[in-house]
Design a protein. Sequence first.
Length: 296
Amino acid sequence: MDIGTGISSPAELLKRRRIRTIVVMHELMARVGAVNANQFAKWFDLSTEGWSRTTGPESVSDLATQVAETQDSKKWYRIVSGAQPLSERSLSNLQRLFPDARRIFSDGPERLFEALWGEIDTLWSVCRVEVHAYEFPDPKRPVDASAFNPDDLEIFADAGLSFEESLDNFECSLLLHRRFGQGLTLNCLSEAIAFHRIYGAISRLCRVDGVGAYRCVRMCLNDQAIATQLKKFNFHRATINVYESISNELFTAEVRRLQNDLEYRKSVGAEDFAEYARNPESLCSADARAELLRIA
């Protein structure tokens, strides 16, 4: 997919569906305690005993047609590995067993797929962030959880604020998380990608400062906890490395933007586009960036 334009080729759409399949199957297998595709097939067959499907309201014979057993056919091996994406029928069957299966398949963990591939109009809901109104907690001091009041939360990234203010606030929050030893999460990555795509859409209409958007994306992708969480999806011999695929897609989009967008290239100041896309901190360190954002 071209993140800048939202245009996807058939091959890219197929790869996207395979990634969705790998992720949703990893999640569902963990829920039923299946360590391999064979165990999941056995569980699925036991869970669907007595099921029938119809091809139309007039098809009497189909009323007695059972959902085919899958353990002997090895059906789930190719699906679990992502070699074969989930068909609509298989996804519907999983939805009957897991009410959130279709949502995971569509939105991804922590709305990651929505941030990557969803409609631009929905992205502000991904990066609408609330924080505590008081100072950032000091890890050296004990925190009194009883003093927390939900009414003290304030919005610091939302469509109701300017894009630049929202992005600066978000980038500051990530830098402060790192400074105070607070771990980044997959939700942070989803938010960063959403900002990155929103910036791409806005910058085609007017000039805005969005340098921090990709910096946030790469900060998250380079975070060990986030990388580990994405790499776990390769556990069941996945045919696509989910972490590398997402990272490469965002890397390629950033290099393309630097090549094609003169104003953005000037604001970034990078001469080696690939090096910057791999590690923006090679050009401007986190400490230097914090000073620019006036983080004390």
